[in-house]
Write a protein that binds this ligand. Structure first.
Ligand code: BGC
Length: 557
């Protein structure tokens, strides 16, 4: 077609506005991805320099953990200016360049909005704390002391101690669910909501493709400030620091999960709908009713698009029965909502270590993750099979870890720098001493060492992501026939006539697996050797998976 001819409607390929359903999202923790200016801390220019690695994985999007202005007490999850880049990470112009480069490479960009709380250095809080009568006096959650001077109720901070901090200026307490330097914004106040929606609009206008919404179920608190009831010991099933943190001894009925959130999420969605093709994934942290809340927040297509699941972030290695139980419960609960799964992130021990997996088992779990119904997050370094780094007490940075050391070592061990090359001791991450040491055991797993090595972990991740991306049944298909027999998880994924039988041997011994009734053909496109087959019975090697297509459907290969 020449430039003079005008495009006909049928020549224009409509963008897939639903691209996020089933998408693979790569999480970048910017401090530890790539340093470009030799200060030992990763930055936006560093991310740009490494985007080809991300594109090479075949993922759809990146989620970048916070890079906004911040005193960095919670490493960026304490924001002092929502509409600027912290100088340690670069400038707004760097961010624009990052979006442009990512889009050139076909990668969408999600940013991490932390709007449940701000930093105490934010001008909103600085003003709010001055008096009980200033224009922002109600922008945070202030409450009088009890007559005996103690905090207004029994709410606790996740990072230790009471959730209330005294302010001598106001002669009142303010609420903080995390550090005392992270005061909780009062979303019951419509002006606060408007200001936060303006923040979202600012970034949407700059071209982001959406948001990861930090602690989405903490946006509202009970206006009556009622005490949380105690949780019986047998019901304490939190994911992070379950034994050592008394936060997990309460049933969080009143400090989060409040019904007012739904209307706010609808306001946010209405705003996002004006930017077609954008998406939001909400992080729901709740040990007791996480699944129900995720279903509620993603139901009806008028709140958030997806919610981030904590089901596979706990310490107990999930066996086939456990995975089947979780998936069955999800299917029964999620309705028309949408889940986003992860095994690792910047808050938990890397799953290779947390679940004690060898490389074979890591591959099997990657295949499982990338076969789930929902979207998928992969945390930087996961594609290299990185294990948790052992960070010495003297090198600790995470306030959560410092507070609960040594029973809980915090989150530094999963945040050490990405190893890119094997030829220098900082793994190519930085010319300077990194903010957290590079783990020496990570160096042989550097990107450079694995690239071009057929059958490396990196190669496996690339092939498995590619396999998912080629099959609509894996991206968007229904999930059915879930079962666990002899340590083998089985389910089917199907989409518009394409039916795929998936079986995962989650044990360290070979297992025999009977295929479902009907004609099935093992799919050569999957990154596992074909299983031995006798009639309808397969022998699955330890930690191997099989993907078989129903004959006479439209499956690949
Ligand atoms: C983030 C954490 C952060 C916390 C407070 C989360 O769940 O993922 O890294 O410390 O929210 O913002």
């Amino acid at each position: 077609m020449t430039a003079m001819q005008s495009l006909r409607p049928e020549d224009i390929i409509a963008p897939d506005l639903d691209w996020w359903r089933g998408a693979v999202i790569y999480q970048i923790y910017p401090r530890s991805f790539q340093d470009s200016n030799a200060d030992g801390i990763g930055d936006l220019a560093g991310i740009i320099a490494r985007l080809e690695h991300v594109a090479g994985l075949g993922v759809d999007a990146i989620w970048i953990s916070p890079f906004f202005r911040s005193p960095m007490l919670d490493f960026g999850y304490d924001v002092s200016d929502y509409c600027d880049v912290d100088p340690m990470f670069g400038t707004l112009a760097d961010f624009d360049a990052l979006i442009a480069r990512a889009h050139e490479l076909g990668i969408k960009v999600l940013i991490d909005l932390v709007i449940s709380h701000s930093s105490n250095q934010h001008v909103w809080f600085q003003e709010s704390q001055l008096s009980r009568s200033n224009a922002k006096s109600d922008w945070y959650v202030w409450a009088d002391a009890k007559p005996d001077g103690s905090p207004p109720n029994n709410w606790l901070s996740i990072f230790g101690g009471p959730a209330w901090e005294w302010s001598g200026d106001r002669m009142q307490y303010y609420l903080h669910n995390f550090l005392k330097e992270q005061p909780d914004l009062n979303l019951h106040n419509a002006d606060v909501q408007d200001a936060l929606l303006d923040v979202a609009r600012f970034w949407l206008e700059r071209g982001v493709d959406g948001f990861r919404l930090d602690t989405i179920n903490f946006y509202f608190h009970d206006k009556l400030l009622r005490d949380n009831p105690a949780l019986p010991p047998e019901a304490r099933n939190a994911t992070i620091a379950p034994e050592v943190n008394p936060y997990n001894w309460q049933d969080h009925l009143y400090d989060k999960n409040q019904p007012e959130n739904l209307a706010f999420l609808q306001r946010l969605r209405a705003l996002m709908n004006a930017y077609p093709g954008t998406t939001a994934v909400g992080e729901v942290g709740d040990a007791q009713r996480g699944m129900e809340i995720q279903a509620q927040y993603t139901a009806g297509g008028d709140k958030v698009h997806m919610c981030y699941s904590f089901e596979f972030l706990s310490g107990t290695t999930p066996d086939a029965a456990k995975v089947a139980e979780v998936l069955t419960a999800y299917e029964a609960t999620i309705g028309d909502g949408w889940a986003c799964w992860a095994f690792s992130n910047h808050d938990v021990v890397r799953h290779a270590t947390r679940w004690g997996l060898d490389d074979g088992a890591v591959r099997l779990f990657a295949a499982l993750l990338l076969s789930l119904r929902g979207s998928v997050c992969i945390y930087q370094g996961e594609e290299l099979g990185l294990t948790e780094a052992d960070v010495a007490y003297a090198d600790l940075q995470d306030p959560y870890g410092i507070r609960f050391w040594p029973k809980f070592k915090g989150r530094d061990g999963c945040r050490t720098p990405m190893p890119w090359t094997t030829d220098n001791h900082n793994g190519g991450f930085s010319q300077a001493r990194p903010w957290l040491p590079v783990a020496v055991e990570h160096l042989p797993r550097a990107v450079g060492a694995q690239t071009g090595q057929a059958d490396s972990m990196l190669d496996f991740y690339r092939r498995m992501i590619g396999y998912r991306q080629a099959l609509a049944a894996l991206i968007k298909g229904d999930l059915s026939d879930i079962s666990a027999i002899d340590g083998v998880l089985r389910f089917q994924r199907s989409h518009e006539g394409q039916v795929l039988f998936c079986a995962f041997n989650m044990t360290d011994t070979a297992q025999r697996v009977a295929m479902p009734a009907g004609e099935w053909r093992q799919d050569r496109g999957a990154p596992f050797a074909l299983a031995e087959q006798e009639g309808g019975v397969l022998t699955l090697l330890p930690y191997h998976a099989v993907f078989a297509a129903a004959e006479n459907t439209q499956n690949a290969t």
